[in-house]
Structures are given as C-alpha cells and as structure tokens.
Design a binder for this molecule. Structure first.
Ligand code: SF4
Length: 296
C-alpha cells in the first residue's frame, strides 16, 4: 500500500526522482513528519476547518462517525469497518483517506512517465513508512526497475528482519539509511524500536559492500548534542564502506497531520533545528573523513 507518489523531486537522491511513499512502519518515532505512514492499513484524516456538515461520511460509517455538537464530526477510528469506502464521500475534502493499493504494473506506469528525466542522473526513491517492511511485491518492483536500468534508492531505518534487506541487495543502487541513535534505551524510549537491530543490519549491509549513505536526523531532546552525535559518527566510522553522512535537521511540517489523525504530537513544543546549529557535527564527521551534507 502506498500513501503518496511524488514526481519531479530533487531530494532523496541525485537528479530528478519519483518518490514512492509506502505505508507502514515498524517504528513509532515521536518526531515522525509522516504520521499517516506508520499504520499498515488505511488512515482517516479529518480537518474540521473544511467541514460543511453535509454528513455523507456519517451515513457511510454510522458506528464510527457521529456529529460533534452543532459543527463537525468525531471519528472513532477503532470502529471503522471499511475506511477505504470513505475516500470520495467528503466533497469538501475535510475527511480524507490515506493509503492506496497499487500493483507493480500500476507503479511502473507511474514511474515510466518520467523516464526521460531519469536518463542523466535521476531515478526512483522508495520511501515511507518503511519500504523494506513491504511484501514480495517490493522485490518484484525492484527487479522490473533493474531490467529497465532505472536508478533506485531506498530510504530505510533498517529496523526490519535481515532477510528483508538481503533480498534487495544487488537491486538497489543506494541505501539511504536513517541512523537515529546508538543508545539502546533512548532509541527504545523515543521510537519503540531496537537500536541493536539497526546497527547489526547496518554492519551486515556494509559487509555486503552495498552503496550506503547514512542519514542522521537531528532531533532536539533526543540526539541533538555533541556527545551523542560523536557516538553515532564514531559508530559509522567503523563501517569501511560508508563514505558519506547527511544530517537532516528536525522540522515541524508534520504537526497538522497529527491533529487530523487524532494522535498526540509529543514534539509539538520543539523548535525547528537550524543549519547553523550543526557546525560542530559536520566538522567532526569531516575530521573522520566523511563527505557531509545538510539535508536529504
Ligand atoms: S522510521 Fe521514519 S516513518 Fe517510521 S516512525 Fe520513524 S520517522 Fe516515521
């Protein structure tokens, strides 16, 4: 299932790229800027600013959606039976559904619209959510892209079983690996994940000689300190095939989506991280002989 396809992107790899955003992620990073990407199923977003009180959504999902006072609705997402049926019910687009099933051939059709632009340097980036959590269709897509000679990047947290990664080696040009923290407790507390799993997979991926760019999100209150950043850079320095680290400053673009999904945004009071705050991190990484960049 995908939740977005973005054409003509100049991020997440070289040249002009089509980004496929897959739905579903094993982590729950508190700062995640795409909270609608976390669930593997459909997500219902509601923005009361646009609600015109027509009530078509209520008749589609009577048990889960009800009126809220004189204006707007409330959604009990646990009670939704067929959220996909809500996709076109709201003419004012106050209520929308994120997530769409796409076959490999549908994705290829979308990707091939921009073949002309991939010739120089561009290609496809598979993002998410966590693309490596997807089923066998992901490998089929990678095989088809390989046949067509289209450059492929995968943006991943590597928080998946090693087999899910191994099956993609040789089919992916660059793994853009998010390294969030090397401290087990902190990683668990802020993302509900296992830092050891990520580091083990990163070591194995390095040993496979795949092309890897490590990307470190700079998150205030989580890893935005010289000591934590040094720890991470030193870990990456033990990986002989990794030559590049990108630093991704925290931003608050996802805040509205939390409200529309009815989920608490625990980073709501944090300020965006400015590029100027990253000087010493860049310097340290360069001292360790890494090519560095700010941004994806
Ligand atoms: S790994 Fe990425 S998509 Fe998954 S919860 Fe964390 S930030 Fe969001």
């Amino acid at each position: 299932m995908v939740f977005n396809i973005q054409r003509f992107s100049t991020h997440d790899g070289k040249g002009i790229r089509t980004i496929i955003f897959y739905k579903g992620c094993p982590l729950r990073c508190q700062w995640c800027s795409n909270p609608e990407s976390q669930s593997f199923g459909y997500s219902v977003l509601f923005d009361d600013k646009y609600c015109k009180n027509f009530g078509d959504c209520i008749s589609t999902e009577e048990k889960a959606i009800s009126r809220k006072g004189n204006h707007g609705i409330q959604v009990d997402r646990q009670l939704l039976k067929h959220p996909e049926n809500l996709r076109n019910t709201c003419v004012s687009r106050a209520l929308t559904v994120s997530g769409e099933m796409k076959s490999v051939s549908e994705l290829l059709t979308e990707i091939e619209k921009d073949l002309l632009f991939y010739r120089e340097e561009g290609g496809v980036t598979l993002s998410g959510g966590e693309p490596l959590s997807q089923g066998e269709d992901l490998v089929l897509l990678l095989q088809e892209l390989k046949i067509r000679g289209i450059n492929v990047n995968i943006e991943t947290s590597l928080h998946v079983a090693w087999e899910n990664i191994e099956r993609c080696i040789g089919l992916v040009d660059t793994f853009l690996v998010d390294l969030k923290h090397t401290d087990k407790e902190k990683f668990k507390a802020f993302s509900n994940g296992d830092a050891e799993l990520v580091m083990d997979n990163l070591r194995k991926l390095n040993d496979s000689e795949a092309h890897i760019i490590v990307r470190i999100p700079i998150i205030p209150g989580f890893n935005h300190s010289e000591s934590e950043m040094k720890q991470m850079i030193e870990f990456v320095a033990t990986l002989n095939h990794v030559k590049e680290i990108h630093f991704l400053p925290y931003h608050t673009f996802g805040a509205e989506k939390y409200r529309m999904l009815g989920i608490e945004y625990r980073f709501g009071n944090e300020k965006q991280v400015q590029d100027a705050e990253l000087g010493s991190y860049l310097q340290y990484a360069q001292l360790k002989k890494f090519h560095t960049k700010i941004g994806g």
